[in-house]
Design a protein around this ligand. Structure first.
Ligand SMILES: [Zn+2]
Length: 109
């Protein structure tokens, strides 16, 4: 017997309105800095610049201050699974929209 009701309730569906508060997005951002230990201790990590979700063992580069660089785009926008924030496409996209929107506008998007 499938727990259909539970599954439906637990699933966060992407809607026009972001399911994440601005506070969440602001609070999560420090976890993308000085985070090499946090990232490596967790099983997986996600990048809110290129939106990849990958195994933390793929992380091979970080800055002298311990800030992890994404193995796919070399941007310091990696969150570890121990950050306490969901490493889902929805969350990474919300982070990207919040933190990279101004940069994208400057590039003429
Ligand atoms: Zn990336």
């Amino acid at each position: 017997m499938f727990p259909t009701e539970n599954t439906a309730k637990g699933r966060v569906t992407a809607t026009a309105a972001s399911p994440f508060s601005e506070e969440d997005l602001v609070m999560a951002h420090p976890h993308s800095s000085h985070n090499v230990e946090e990232v490596q201790r967790g099983p997986s990590a996600g990048c809110f610049h290129c939106l990849k979700i990958f195994a933390s063992s793929e992380v091979a580069e970080w800055l002298a201050d311990g800030t992890v660089l994404c193995p796919y785009c070399d941007i310091d926008s990696v969150l570890g699974s121990l950050s306490g924030y969901p490493l889902t496409m929805d969350f990474l996209l919300a982070m990207k929209k919040h933190w990279f929107r101004k940069i994208s506008l400057q590039q003429g998007e």
